[in-house]
Design a binder for this molecule. Structure first.
Ligand SMILES: Nc1ncnc2c1ncn2[C@@H]1O[C@H](COP(=O)(O)OP(=O)(O)OP(=O)(O)O)[C@@H](O)[C@H]1O
Length: 234
């Protein structure tokens, strides 16, 4: 059974339907990416899994539980971590406080979790007391990922983590995602940087106008002439 099994999902905002019959799976430890043109509904897929859109039909099964209708705070408890594209840190709080907020559902923040995040992102260790809002975009993105990792999710959903980063930091960001996945966390990634995302992932979906147009191994999608022409710039 897949870790995440989204089936025939219809969802949107208010009365506006964006997703139409979206099927998507992520296996335990798998790295899956969703690419597609602007406005296709990629972020909406993630928001829907996290309970942030208007559900209109279909099912979302995570780790054996139907989670549609759960509140985001309950979805976190099931083992889903989510890093939205924007507003993903508390700017007026320090690095340490942001990480502690990531574990707010626990009675006590285990030191080992903090240390694991600091080991993964040494820059956060160096800047424990710095206010998040004064850090660079790349550092804030690492903090947002670190915060989501505080609860050791089974699945980490990342919405365009490379957006706005300088080119040399983009590679570094992709490397960090590889490391997180290599350590056993399943990853669902939405990326504008489609070629790099498909190169790195196990499997990908091309979403167009709220529907999955293609699904295959990342390399197969990269090699598909039609996908290349229509979605990857030739
Ligand atoms: N809160 C909202 N209320 C109403 N419509 C929304 C809302 N958020 C997104 N939309 C609309 O839903 C559609 C899909 O948006 P979404 O952000 O999911 O696309 P995307 O594929 O992630 O695009 P991008 O790559 O530009 O981020 C767009 O037409 C967008 O305008």
């Amino acid at each position: 059974m897949a870790l995440l099994d989204v089936s025939e999902l219809d969802a949107g905002y208010g009365d506006l339907q964006i997703l139409e019959g979206v099927d998507l799976t992520v296996d335990d430890g798998e790295y899956v990416t969703i690419v597609g043109p602007n406005g296709a509904g990629k972020s909406t897929v993630m928001k829907s899994i996290f309970g942030l859109t208007n559900y209109m039909g279909g099912s979302i099964v995570f780790d054996g539980n139907e989670i549609h209708g759960y509140r985001p705070e309950d979805i976190i408890q099931t083992g889903v971590g989510y890093v939205p594209q924007n507003d993903n840190v508390f700017p007026s709080l320090s690095v340490m406080e942001n990480l502690e907020m990531g574990a707010y559902i626990l009675d006590e923040v285990p030191e080992s979790r903090l240390e694991a995040v600091f080991d993964r992102f040494p820059i956060l260790d160096e800047r424990r007391e710095q206010k998040a809002g004064t850090m660079s975009g790349g550092q804030q993105q690492m903090l947002a990922m670190g915060r989501a990792l505080m609860l050791e999710p089974k699945l980490l959903m990342l919405d365009e983590p490379s957006a706005g980063l300088a080119p040399d930091l983009v590679d570094d960001m992709f490397d960090r995602i590889d490391e997180i996945n290599d350590d056993g966390t399943a990853v669902l990634l939405v990326e504008q940087n489609a070629k790099e995302a498909l190169r790195r992932c196990d499997r990908g979906y091309v979403l167009v106008q709220g529907q999955n147009r293609y699904e295959d191994d990342g390399d197969a999608l990269l090699g598909d002439e039609q996908v290349r022409q229509d979605f990857l710039g030739g």
